[in-house]
Design a protein around this ligand. Structure first.
Ligand code: F6R
Length: 366
């Protein structure tokens, strides 16, 4: 049932090209220049007249929400707030019938996310669900929604659920951007065509597996790690750190790279591996100077870069390449090496990758 892989997590990492295709099948019609999603079409007025979109989720799904914040604001120009469901529900939040709430959940059973939905509905907000499990509680409780169609995710650490959530949310943002007239036809078509190339670029990113195994062996005995990114890749840094923590039990922190100098840079010495997402588009030069700051304090740098990069290669201890794409789509690629890295480190440390200690796949209690 693991399809020849040693663990479900690895199988699910490798399923991502297909899972992403399944997510956009019938929805992304690049040759016709169309995005078709019935849950969006039927509620278009609510989305485009929304005061703001509030995204609620937990864990990895919350990280997908953070990526979506960048996409929705950048492309569709709709204000977005991203909330931990557990904080939102107890904060007496200001919600009106002009708000749209998007709940993201792989399992569709997360207790805090479900409670946040109920609260928002009581206050009159329109509630949209992005779930993987068909017919789950959250799917049933929401006014409308879009499934991710990632297929069953068995490994406790979320992998393909994350990239397919980002895919669905990107489709929604693109459709709304078009409806609001934020995009020219040419720009819209450029995005749709590029999104269609993502599965093969994920495939390409997976080819770094052997290199990543070598890097994992170098850093497997670390006691702490930092993950840095900016812009669209700041949430990817958080997700990279979470993946390492949950399956390898190594302490890790994700930060927006520019926050380093406000505290965490004090941690840097020759024993601190720092994973930096430094793809060509999106604050590249600024990330390069962040890398220089770490290097001058003797930190070890493992950088995720765009194919053909020279500048970071000269500075970093290791580089892992991903193909070039539009800035807003880079999280779908930069996530892949970080998933593989956590996987290999956890295996080398003898951890139970698919069922890490203290964790459950579905968190049905608060
Ligand atoms: C991390 C992980 C958890 C879940 C979180 C939300 O790998 O699996 O952080 O992302 O418990 O679960 P869902 O998406 O089912 O609501």
């Amino acid at each position: 049932e693991k399809g020849g892989y040693d663990h479900f997590m690895l199988k699910e990492i490798y399923e991502q090209p297909r899972a992403i295709k399944d997510t956009y099948r019938g929805r992304l019609l690049a040759d016709q220049g169309l995005v078709k999603m019935s849950g969006i079409e039927q509620n278009m007025e609510k989305f485009i007249n929304a005061n703001r979109i509030i995204i609620v989720a937990c864990g990895t799904s919350w990280h997908a929400g953070l990526v979506a914040e960048y996409i929705f604001e950048d492309l569709a120009r709709i204000p977005v707030e991203v909330e931990y469901a557990s904080e939102f529900r107890y904060r007496n939040p200001v919600i009106t019938d002009k708000d749209v709430l998007i709940a993201i959940s792989q399992s569709g059973e997360t207790a805090d996310t479900l409670a946040a939905i109920k609260l928002a509905k009581e206050k009159g907000a329109f509630v949209f669900g992005v779930c993987n499990v068909v017919g789950s509680s959250i799917a049933r409780e929401t006014d409308a929604g879009a499934y991710t169609h990632a297929g069953p995710e068995i490994g406790v650490a979320s992998t393909k659920a994350f990239t397919t959530q980002i895919t669905v949310l990107t489709l929604i943002a693109l459709r709304l951007a078009k409806a609001k007239g934020e995009f020219s036809e040419t720009k819209y078509r450029e995005y749709l065509t590029e999104l269609e190339t993502i599965p093969s670029k994920v495939e390409k990113s997976l080819e770094s597996n052997a290199l990543i195994e070598i890097i994992a062996d170098v850093y497997k005995d670390s006691t702490n790690c930092l993950y840095l990114g900016r812009g669209y890749n700041f949430p990817v840094a958080l997700e990279g750190a979470l993946k390492l923590k949950e399956i390898s039990y190594i302490h890790a922190e994700g930060y927006p790279a520019a926050e380093m100098k406000h505290g965490p840079i004090a941690l840097i010495d020759e024993h601190m591996p720092v994973f930096v997402i430094a793809t060509k588009k999106g604050h590249y030069e600024k990330v390069v100077s962040n890398i220089q700051e770490i290097k001058s304090r003797k930190g070890k740098i493992i950088a995720i870069v765009t194919e053909g990069d020279e500048q970071v290669r000269d500075l970093a201890d290791h580089v892992i390449e991903v193909p070039e794409t539009l800035e807003s789509l880079t999280p779908l690629l930069t996530t892949i090496p970080l998933q593989l890295l956590s996987y290999h480190i956890a295996v080398m440390r003898g951890c139970n990758v698919d069922q890490p200690r203290n964790l459950a796949k579905s968190v049905t209690v608060e």
